[in-house]
Design a protein around this ligand. Structure first.
Ligand SMILES: NC(=O)c1ccc[n+]([C@@H]2O[C@H](COP(=O)([O-])OP(=O)(O)OC[C@H]3O[C@@H](n4cnc5c(N)ncnc54)[C@H](OP(=O)(O)O)[C@@H]3O)[C@@H](O)[C@H]2O)c1
Length: 378
């Protein structure tokens, strides 16, 4: 059971190399508000990057990206015409970054602490700020609630860990926590910004974690909602993260931020109640609150909902007050869901990619009707 529960997380990990925020001066409008910055994005062609690039260009900044040239964006493709593309490999080839200067380095592709150490050391004399994209995964295992930025982090893997998926979850958190330290060691606290986003969703998502809801809500009918009445959820539109990051850089708002939505604590039921009429479809909620039933049918999570077990108790209880005070804003959730739905059915994706999700026999999407029938007859 434990293993199956973690399969879903492993998929997220594989896809993102990860599971599973001024004062009032930070403005959310798209017009240029500060001097033009030169920004280097390490990564930039996956999920967060294309959204950072679009917003940065709209605000008059110059952008260069550094990748191996393998990953192709599936959103905002045209913005790449206005971006300098540097090619190399964080593992062993940083030549393209040598003797170059930028105001800000955004490290999205930090998949190893040694990668962050090498780039931060290389760039610390010539670049102004280092903005490291971390994750709320640094708080794993999520044992408490109201998790603030100053929570003590796990920096070493536990010596004995038999569950392979637990190893991955700890591994991701430990890697992100050590990477944060490498950035700070090289640039100093006074020149480092750390952002820790929760689960991101939106156009361009390559993890296929959240797309269940846009697809499902658009269809109508009886909709399976897992979780107990008070189970909390947290999530954020990738564009809200991307735009907040650029504004933090403009304002040199150094520090560490939990980048987490929505603004107030929310339950899974409240999330569904506020989104169920997003489309022109009648949805009625079938809440399945029996954890044993959910485990028996391999439903350990359906992001943003995650079963509240001993490791995940606090995963949706992260404190976002500092980011809110510093200017983090949120799109309207229904608009975000509609736009994500439009992107999913656009030419940015192939029919094959859509079919992989929509006809996956192990998914709740495919099993939903049968599961509801069994639930009602139990
Ligand atoms: N998705 C979420 O819900 C979530 C939540 C919290 C935090 N995060 C964090 O958000 C960040 C951004 O995620 P993302 O999905 O946009 O991108 P990502 O998967 O972290 O990075 C992909 C980018 O890195 C480049 N890259 C990969 N390996 C490379 C290498 N060896 N050398 C140089 N470049 C390399 C890729 O291009 P090439 O393949 O062409 O090299 C691509 O541009 C990640 O750090 C992730 O941990 C994600």
């Amino acid at each position: 059971m434990q293993h199956s529960r973690r399969k879903f997380i492993r998929k997220g990990l594989a896809a993102t190399a990860a599971i599973p925020l001024i004062s009032s001066g930070l403005l959310s409008c798209k017009t240029k508000t500060t001097n033009s910055l030169s920004i280097l994005i390490l990564g930039g062609t996956s999920f967060l990057g294309p959204n950072q690039i679009k917003y940065a260009l709209e605000r008059g900044h110059k952008v260069a990206i550094f990748t191996r040239g393998k990953t192709q964006p599936n959103v905002n493709k045209t913005v790449f015409d206005n971006v300098e593309h540097l090619v190399g490999d964080r593992e062993n080839n940083l030549k393209a970054l040598e003797n170059r200067k930028w105001d800000v380095v955004i490290d999205n592709s930090g998949h190893k602490a040694t990668w962050t150490k090498k780039t931060a050391e290389l760039l610390k004399e010539t670049c102004g700020l280092y903005l490291y994209t971390s994750s709320t995964g640094v708080y794993f295992p999520y044992k408490t609630d109201d998790i603030k930025e100053n929570q003590k982090l796990v920096l070493k893997m536990p010596e004995v860990l038999e569950d392979e998926i637990l190893k991955l979850e700890y591994g991701y958190g430990v890697m992100k926590a050590n990477s944060e330290l490498e950035a700070i060691n090289a640039f100093g606290k006074e020149r480092t910004i750390i952002v820790r986003p929760t689960y991101m969703f939106g156009p361009g998502d390559k993890t296929d974690r959240f797309i269940h809801w846009p697809i499902r809500l658009a269809k109508g009918g009886e909709i399976l909602v897992p979780g107990k009445t008070n189970d909390p959820v947290q999530y954020i539109d990738v564009r809200d993260v991307a735009e907040f990051m650029i504004r933090l850089a403009e304002d040199k708002a150094v520090g560490t931020y939990n980048v987490v939505g929505p603004s107030e604590q929310e339950t899974m039921l409240a999330f569904i109640n506020k989104t169920k009429d997003t489309f022109n479809a009648e949805n009625s909620i079938i809440q399945i609150d029996d954890y044993d039933f959910l485990k028996e049918h391999n439903i350990y999570y359906l992001i943003p909902w995650i079963m509240q077990d001993e490791y995940n108790y606090g995963s949706a209880r992260i404190n976002n007050r500092l980011a809110l005070k510093t200017g983090l804003t949120f799109r309207d959730i229904k608009t975000s869901i509609k736009e994500t739905h439009n992107w999913w059915y656009s030419d940015n994706l192939t029919d094959k990619r859509r079919a992989e999700v929509e006809t996956n026999n192990s998914s709740v999407l495919v099993r939903e009707r049968e599961l509801i029938k069994i639930w009602k007859e139990r």
